[in-house]
Every structure is written in C-alpha cells, then in structure tokens.
Design a protein around this ligand. Sequence first.
Ligand code: A3P
Length: 309
Amino acid sequence: PAESGWVATRLHQYQGFWHTTRQLQGVLACQAHFQAQDSDILLITTPKSGTTWLKALTFAVLNRNTHNPKLAQAQAQAQDHPLLTTNPHVLVPFLELDLYLRKNKNPDLTSLPSPRLLASHLPYVSLPESAKKLGCKIVYLCRNPRDAFVSMWHFTNRLRPESRGRNSLEETFDKFCRGVSLYGPFWEHVLGYYEESKKRPEEIKFLRFEEMKEKPNEVLKDVAEFMGCGFSEEEEKSGVIGEILKLCSFENLSNLEVNKSGKLWSGEENKAFFRRGEVGDWENLLTPKMIQCLDAITEEKLGKHGLKL
Ligand code: A3P
C-alpha cells in the first residue's frame, strides 16, 4: 500500500493499478460477478476525463425516442427529460463504484433494460472476463494528462476539504508521474484500451475529451453509429444532434438545480463534477517544469505506440 497524494487514504496496487481500499472491494466484486451481455454498452474512462459528459450524451442518444432531447420542449413538458432532473451518474452508474459496492456484492443486473448502459474506470487488465470476450461495446474516453491531473487535483480538494493542505501540489504531481493515482498509472490505463481498440475497432471506440470539444457533432454521430443507434438522415435534418449536444452541454447541465444542489449516494456533491469543462486549464496550475515532465512521460510511454494526447 502507498499513501495517496489525491486523498488522505491508502492506495493498494492491484493488477498494476492503484485503488483505495473501498474501491478495490468493488473492483473485486465486479470481476467476480459481472456477466457482460452482447448488447451491453460500457463507458470506460480515466478519472476526470469527461465521464459525466459522456454519460449524459450516450444516455440522451439511446433514449431519444422515449425522451425528446429538445430542450425547450423537454422543459415545457414539466421537465420530462431525465437529464433535467437527474445527475448523469445516477442514470448511468459505475459498475465497481456504485453497483458492486453500494447494494450488495452481487446485485441482479439482468433486469436492467437492454441495451444496458454502464460505466467504469477499470483498467483493461481488470475488466471482468465476459466484458473482454463477448461482443459488448466499449466506449473509452481519456484526456490529456495535464488537464486530467489538474481536474483531479481540484476535484479531490473540493471533495474532501479536510485533506487539503495535507498533500502539496508538488507531492501529488510527483506521485501522479510515478503512476500512483486513482486508477493510475494514467498512461498504462490509456494504452491498455488504445491497443485493444486497434485490434477490435468494432467493439472498442477510443475517444479523447479534446476531440469531443473540438468536433462534438462528428464525434456524437460516430459514437451513436458505434452504439448501433446511428442517426437517420431525417433525424440529422431535424437537428436532433444539436439538441442532444445542447441538452448535455456544460452550460446546461451545470446550471440545472439537480446538479447545483444535489448529492450522490456516496456523498459527492453533483456540482463537483462540473468545474470548467474546457481544454487547457493546466496553464493556470502547472509550472513549466511540471509540463515538461508530464510531456516527457507521455512521449516516452505513448509516443512509440503512435498515440498523442
Ligand atoms: P474540469 O475539472 O477540467 O472542468 P469526469 O466527469 O470524468 O469526472 O470529468 C470531469 C471533468 O469534465 C471536469 O473538468 C468537468 O468540468 C468536465 N465536464 C463535466 N461535464 C461536462 C460537459 N457537459 N461538457 C464538458 N465538460 C464537462
């Protein structure tokens, strides 16, 4: 075990990746019991890479025929759209952090409507065997490590103010670089899915937060297609892609009452998941030396695989 730089708690290394004691219980239970189905859609991400956004978008895409994503209409219909009244983490639970940790060690997930939309931060090596072997689909999302680190730094400081000051930025950064972070090492996590996505592109879609920000229309169309519910020409003409993007935008979600005031079962405030939602905030926290250090690791670990973050 190693003392974490993120939170004042112990981290344990399991299958090469770092977890808190509690998180590891969920990981083990999930590995032992989760049975993937061919129709499953798993959203897997590195922490603080835009999971909340991806959950909202994919939920809205999947449910667009039942719940009209058009904002004005949704609001007029007494806030009919679930995303207007429910935090995305409630609509799309994490396997090892919600389902296999919260209720019991082996919840019955067979009655969830198909396709099941589920999330996880599990590294590829720790995925339950059925999720690796069966034909379920994985949408993997990561982010430039500079912004992912900065986002996590703010998230944990805000979440647990009592731990603020216990770990300096320098110390936490140093640990991140050495791979000691929640679900870290960051680079190995990314690489695990990147390599698999090259072998099985029909089953693993590899995404980066930056490309979602840069060309959201294109990415959303592509993801919907990948999920098996692509947009028809008619839908495209009707502007449904734009409506979904608007519904799930940082501006919209972060200003909803539920996300300004609510809490998750685990005690995390919903608003903690919405900070700036931009690319490049690392400029405001990291020193030139830190940036150089991160970039060198990224180049060393990912460069030879042809991956740029
Ligand atoms: P910042 O801290 O850089 O603002 P996760 O959802 O994986 O925990 O990631 C959180 C990051 O995604 C935060 O980044 C948060 O602000 C950003 N985010 C949350 N909702 C978003 C949205 N709808 N659009 C863009 N970014 C969003």
